[in-house]
Every structure is written in C-alpha cells, then in structure tokens.
Design a protein around this ligand. Structure first.
Ligand code: DHB
Ligand code: FE
Length: 280
C-alpha cells in the first residue's frame, strides 16, 4: 500500500529561485538561507520518496482572475515550469503521477471535497522553489510530483479548519492506493509576509514561531486561526500558511519533528521550514 511517511513545509520565495539560478547561493545575503536546507537535502536523499504530493499556490500564472479554483489537483503526465515574466526557470520538467492522482481525486471528491481536476497547467515558483530547496539541481527531479493548488490569492481563501480536514481525506486516499509507494506531502508558502500596501515588509517572528510549535504539538489549535488573524498577525500573504495545515492534516497526531529552520529575511519574507515524520 502507498504510505505517507513524512510532511515537509517550506517557504517558496521567488527570489530564492532566482538566487539559485543565478548562482548566488554563496553570497552573504543568501548563504544562511541555503545552508538551512543542507540537512534536508541529505535527509531527502535517504528518504527517497517515490511521490511528493505538493500543496502550493499558483500566483496568477496557470490560473488568472478569470477563474479561480479553491482546490485543484494536477493529474497530468507532466507539468512545465512556468514563464513568470522573465523566462521559465532552468529546472527539470515536473513528472506527474497520474494513476495515484486520479485515485486521490476520486477518493477525496467522494469524501465530499470538491476538487477541480487539472489536465494541463504550468507550475510557478510556488512549486518549483521548494523542489530546488529540497533537491538542488538534478538532471531530473528524483520523484514524481502531484501538484495540488490552493487559492490563497483571491479572497475568500479556504479556512485552516477546512484545509486540515482535507489533509485527512488526502491521507485516507493515498493509503488506500494498492501500490507500495513512499509518499511525502509538502505544504508550501508562508511564513509571515506582506508584499504590498502600507504594511509591506511585515514580519512577525513570534507568530511564526508559535505556528511552527503548534504545527508539531497542537495543529487543532492552529485550525482556529481565522483569516483576519492571519492578515493582522502574518500579513496579507501570511494566509499561505493554511496550506501547511493540509500537510499536517495528512500526518499522524504523533508525527515527530525532525528538523526546523527559520530565517529572516529573504526578500520580504520570513523563511520557515519544518520536517515532520510519521511513526514507522
Ligand atoms: C515574495 C513572497 C511570496 O510568497 C511570493 O509569492 C512572491 C514574493 C517575496 O517575499 O518577495
Ligand atoms: Fe507566494
């Protein structure tokens, strides 16, 4: 049977992707950010996931204000890195896992979560930057990826409670797939940041630290944070953190924190990263 072995959360700051692509990882500004993912690169090389279920948000790249799915699952064979205005990132094509993706789609929709099915889309920094942080620059990504896009761009986004419950349905779906697969679930985006308006540049270390603590020890508590509190405490883009609750909902209550990293600043954003392993 397929099994969710671990959850990984990470920020997806586009400037991190640009710093990697332009070979600036050893610059004084960027070195601490990339050093924070060295443990993870070694850990991933040991874990060797077959598939990553990658919860991320599209930033008006594949979708636009013309249509905005709340939850969208990518079932295609492959997904091209998107051109976000300065050419596509020089990273490998993302190979999908259509059989598992369709199985999850069926199971989760029949569990009463209405997903949008995406047969074709390009994937932006929300998905490719976490892949770079976890795997570096291989010829091909070392695992298949199921992109799962969440609307956190156009109000109203889904609640944290809904995201957490969805994570549980995703786990049930994955763990009823008959093939033996090592599946990880990633939650991306965050942490506190605001990239527009008078509070642009807002960072809230206390909120972020409490969120990381809660993710490990009291995820149910985090599901009670409402949209206004995210906005007030973590900035307008801090709402991206609801995606981390999908990841957490798909793990055991007793999941163990094996690594944590927090760094300010990277562009306008506090970079947060955590690894939680399910009991074996
Ligand atoms: C930044 C952060 C984001 O999450 C994003 O999607 C775009 C920009 C930033 O900090 O620059
Ligand atoms: Fe973002």
């Amino acid at each position: 049977m397929a099994k969710i072995t671990a959850g990984v959360a990470s920020s997806h700051v586009p400037a991190i992707g640009a710093a990697w692509d332009l070979k600036k990882t050893q610059d004084a500004y960027w070195k601490p950010v990339f050093d924070g993912f060295e443990f993870t690169k070694r850990w991933e090389a040991e874990q060797k996931p077959d598939v990553v279920f990658l919860v991320y948000n599209d930033h008006a790249t594949a979708f636009s204000l013309d249509f905005i799915p709340t939850f969208a699952i990518g079932v295609a064979e492959r997904f091209q890195p998107a051109d976000e205005g300065w050419g596509a990132r020089p990273v490998p094509v993302v190979e999908g896992a259509p059989d598992l993706a369709w199985h999850i789609t069926q199971s989760v929709i029949q569990s009463d979560f209405d997903l949008t099915i995406v047969n074709k889309m390009d994937v932006d920094h929300g998905l490719t930057v976490p892949l770079t942080l976890m795997f570096g620059q291989p010829e091909a990504w070392p695992c298949k990826v199921i992109p799962f896009a969440v609307n956190v761009v156009q109000y109203p986004p889904p609640s944290g409670a809904r995201c957490y419950a969805l994570g549980k349905a995703i786990r049930k779906a994955v763990e009823s797939f008959p093939e033996d697969l090592n599946v990880q679930i990633w939650g991306t985006g965050g942490m506190s940041h605001q990239i527009q308006g008078p509070r642009s540049g807002l960072i809230n270390r206390d909120f972020d630290t409490a969120f990381l603590d809660g993710l490990t020890k009291d995820p149910e508590g985090l599901t009670r944070i409402g949209h206004v509190e995210y906005m007030r405490e973590a900035g307008s883009e801090g709402i991206e953190m609801v995606m981390w609750l999908i990841m957490r909902g798909a793990l055991d209550d007793a999941a163990k924190e094996v690594y944590r990293f927090y760094h300010v600043p990277a562009s306008n954003t506090a970079v947060g990263h955590i690894i939680l392993e399910n009991p074996k």
